[in-house]
Design a protein around this ligand. Sequence first.
Ligand code: SF4
Length: 360
Amino acid sequence: MKPLRTPAALVAAGLAPPEQLAALEQVAARYAVSLTPDVISLIHSDDKHSGELADPIARQFVPDPAELDARPEERADPIGDDAHSPVEGIVHRYPDRVLLKLVHICPVYCRFCFRRESVGPGHRRWLSRAALVRALDYIRARPQIWEVILTGGDPLVLSPRRLREVVHALERIEHVKIVRVHTRVPVVAPARVTSEVARAIKARGKATYVVLHANHPRELSARARAACARIIDAGIPMLSQSVLLRGVNDDPDTLAALMRTLVENRIKPYYLHHGDLAPGTSHLRTTIPQGQSLVRALHGRLSGLCQPTYVLDIPGGHGKSPIGPCYLQRVPTTEEEARFEIEDFNGVRHPYPPVRQDDS
Ligand code: SF4
């Protein structure tokens, strides 16, 4: 099986209705399209609603005419990477860490991608060698940079030799203690994750973490689980990040199954992202109250190991903040005093000893 990269190929494969071809050509002219054989094999093409695929894997990767509807509140650069990019390839938003964007391509193109305006074959594919040297010089010159996050695009499209070169350069920067790799490759192209790749990204004398992007439990196929095991067995801890997506994982059972499947495979759920304001993605976004109610439904029902932090990347580049429900309330009892009430996992509130109103 070959990757599918055009609307015509998707129609021919039965993954898009022929009557949508013209609209999907317009979508594809604006945003990259690619489904790998592994992703295609996960799609249940008989899962249809009103003639359109409702399958949660298809919704993430098969383009939709709704993507032509960009809303006024949506932005080309929703999390403000550009505002924090002092040199090409670097995003320096928080004092102690930087993103190092090595590539601008991915094996798949997610329909909700927050970097959809800057990834894909229509853009420069790699950071050039000269730009990489400048980016490493930037990191080397700033002792406050403790962590470097390799991202893109998807850095695991690079060859093991190229990955090793970059990680080796970071190993030689004394103040960099953590190398973090953000990737979707273990679920969408697991055969790329060879033992050689795992060895290449393991930084000697530092800690390496791999953060897997996965949104539905079915993405953790046997091949994906084996790919993750190759990383973890090489001594690299794995975390996950997931995006809350309408029609994909916006129900408690699916989210619970996703988080449990990750933990069963030694991957600690880290972030559950609220959908970013990327152009043409409103049909995939939930509301924040819906997200909070889903997170509340997981509270107590799942082990703490399975609980990610629900976060929002503040539009404009102001960083992430947790936006999960608050279980603690301060209730005034007199003018001077108040007590806390804390909600348990059954929704029952319990008092906590009084505090003075001026206590912080
Ligand atoms: S893998 Fe990440 S960078 Fe690539 S299209 Fe998906 S969300 Fe965007």
